[in-house]
Design a protein around this ligand. Structure first.
Ligand code: EPU
Length: 394
């Protein structure tokens, strides 16, 4: 870091003789960097965000341990965080032609080893209610760097309905739109109106309408055909002013009954709490056990293949899905005897076989090897290929 200048101001406010102190440091060559420090509880903190902004933070040789829920202690060459679209625009020229990877909450990835490039992270924040759509639905524009579950909480709190079933999914809003996160009969594509992104090649700001995002099960244009070409900056959701609970998923229905809740009286907050409790009972807390949530996607097979399998496994759970029949990978992994098994520092969660876990100090390579072994076992037993939902980053 180059030379740092500190300036201290004090100012008397009228005859109240109240002093306000402002301390800021500005890195030479980047006068826009500003730190406001609370000096004393009686002194106000000034945010000079209009004139001086904390914009881009760079940390060389950075440990990603706290930026991936699997808890892999991989390092990257440089970790770069930015606050606004303009900051990102300013960063793009140096990214072009270099090795970089953009993360969200790091809840869906495994760093296989150290990353010999730049890891980017968005701090673009904000909830901005927009004018309602002609059909009366409500629209909220959310910064890509907002934590997804905080977004759901905000929506429930402010009477924007439709996101409750996606409560407690780890990660950030931009990544949610890339990954098309889903749970309990809902996926984020159901409530997306549009996704704003910057095109890496020329910095063009593009607004993708939902239809242009080519959403599918855990799929989008951003992780498919246009992978690496765009960085999502904001997401506009379309929500409802009236709460219509979606409780078709068995576990929710069961929990609503168990709690003795009269369905017409169910509130969005209660449904959100139910979803949170169900997730907590089935999935590891990222703060306690490292994981990437569901590690594999649920495969869809052709109906004749399903019918042949059903002869052997009459109890096999299955759901109709576009293109065939979806078979839960967690069930197949359990049938292969993997549920609750640990191999060295990695393993399979004992309450949900779709979740691979860090049993303590695991490397990404160990996770990768376990995933390969499990997929090979499923292939051998069922003749079905299972594909990771989690992304391996090398
Ligand atoms: N199953 C087993 N053994 C297991 C796990 C599951 O037999 O160890 C069976 C269950 O009994 C059930 C079926 O598999 O019949 C489906 O299980 P579950 O309802 O737990 O859902 P899932 O298919 O394993 C998917 C999502 C989850 C989401 C849940 C609930 C994927 C890849 N995963 O899991 O999403 O929370 O449904 O909607 O689609 C995530 O993506 O990270 C994630 C957690």
């Amino acid at each position: 870091m180059s030379k740092i200048y500190f300036l201290t101001f004090s100012a008397a406010l009228g005859n109240m003789s109240k002093l306000y102190f402002l301390t800021f440091s500005a890195a030479l060559g980047n006068m826009s960097k500003l730190y406001c420090t609370r000096l004393h509880e009686n002194f106000l903190v000034y945010s000079f965000t209009k004139n001086f902004r904390i914009m881009i933070t760079r940390t060389p040789d950075f440990s990603l341990l706290h930026h991936n829920t699997f808890g892999i202690d991989a390092r990257c060459r440089e970790f770069v965080e930015y606050d606004t679209e303009d900051d990102l625009l300013a960063l793009l020229p140096e990214l072009r032609g270099t090795k970089y990877f953009h993360i969200g909450g790091g809840s869906n990835l495994v760093f296989v080893g150290d990353y010999a490039g730049t890891v980017l992270h968005s701090r673009i924040k904000g909830f901005e209610p927009l004018a309602p759509a002609p059909d009366g639905s409500l629209r909220v524009r959310i910064g890509a760097g907002e934590v997804w579950d905080e977004a759901v909480d905000y929506l429930v709190e402010h009477g924007y309905y439709g996101a409750e079933n996606l409560s407690y999914i780890p990660g950030e809003t931009g990544a949610a739109a890339v990954q098309n996160i889903g749970a309990y009969g809902a996926e984020v594509a159901d409530i997306i109106e549009s996704v704003e992104a910057l095109r890496v090649s020329d910095g063009e700001r593009i607004v993708f309408l939902k239809e242009q995002c080519t959403y599918g099960y855990r799929q989008s244009i951003f992780k498919g055909a246009a992978r690496g070409q765009y960085i999502v900056t904001r997401v506009t959701l379309r929500l409802q002013p009236a709460f219509t609970p979606s409780i078709g998923y068995g576990a929710i229905e069961h929990e609503v009954e168990r709690r003795g809740i009269d369905l017409p009286a169910l509130t969005a907050r209660e449904l959100r709490n139910i979803i949170i409790d169900i997730r907590r009972s089935k999935l590891p807390e990222p703060s306690e056990v490292g994981s990437a949530g569901s590690f594999f996607m649920n495969p869809v097979v052709q109906r004749p293949q399903f019918e042949a399998l059903q002869q052997h496994y009459p109890d096999m759970p299955h759901y109709d899905a576009p293109g065939g029949v979806k078979i839960p990978a967690g069930w197949m992994i359990e049938q292969c005897g993997w549920k609750g098994r640990t191999v060295g520092r990695v393993g399979v969660y004992d309450k949900q076989a779709l979740v691979l876990i860090n049993a303590g100090g695991a490397t990404g390579r160990e996770v990768y090897n376990l995933a390969q072994t499990i997929a090979a076992d499923v292939q051998a037993k069922f003749g079905i290929e299972i594909t990771p939902e989690a992304n391996f980053v090398e």
